[in-house]
Design a binder for this molecule. Structure first.
Ligand code: HEC
Length: 148
């Protein structure tokens, strides 16, 4: 009995230590507490270089968005999927592109995407967009978020 008690206390101490580690980590990030704020997600994209917003790319991205995404997404309102205003602030560019290119695996394995799926209860599917087209859509999202 004594053994079990001290074992329980030991576990409690470990848990408390872990919890305080976690707090310290949170304290050091830049104040953005969104679960994917620093996650790149899961998929083919590991690094995106962002420069000034490229208006020509953004215009192409708008066209892809209007034909392939707007049935389920608007910016300010929820449709079938989440409103996309501010998405470039709450996610990394890599996460956004992986979500577009690899939505099924993302909703199965990435914590933030799993949470969205649990909320929206519809599976976003791959819309047959190339990596270049996806990059153009990302540019469009950046342009939209800058306009606000
Ligand atoms: C069939 C409806 C549907 C289509 C079409 C669709 N999506 Fe989605 N999208 C969703 C749903 C639903 C979610 C939430 C995750 C889930 O449940 O799969 C989502 C999530 C997202 C997210 C994450 C949003 C956030 O708040 O982090 C992005 C980004 C996104 N979609 C972009 C796109 C783009 C770009 C296209 C077009 C290439 C597209 N989606 C096409 C339904 C759709």
């Amino acid at each position: 009995m004594k053994f079990i008690q001290s074992f329980a206390i030991l576990i409690l101490i470990i848990l408390l230590a872990l919890a305080s580690c976690k707090k310290e980590e949170e304290g050091t990030d830049s104040g953005n507490s969104s679960p994917s704020a620093d996650s790149k997600g899961i998929g083919p994209i590991t690094k995106v270089d962002l420069g000034e917003i490229d208006q020509a790319k953004a215009a192409k991205g708008k066209q892809h968005f209007d034909t392939k995404c707007s049935a389920c997404h608007k910016f300010e309102e929820k449709v079938v999927g989440p409103p996309l205003a501010g998405v470039t602030e709450r996610r990394t560019p890599e996460w956004i592109m992986n979500m577009i290119l690899n939505p099924v695996e993302m909703t199965q394995k990435d914590p933030a995407a799993m949470e969205l799926y649990a909320t929206y209860l519809v599976q976003m599917t791959f819309q047959n967009v190339s990596q270049d087209e996806t990059r153009e859509i990302l540019e469009y999202f950046r342009q939209m978020d800058k306009k606000k």
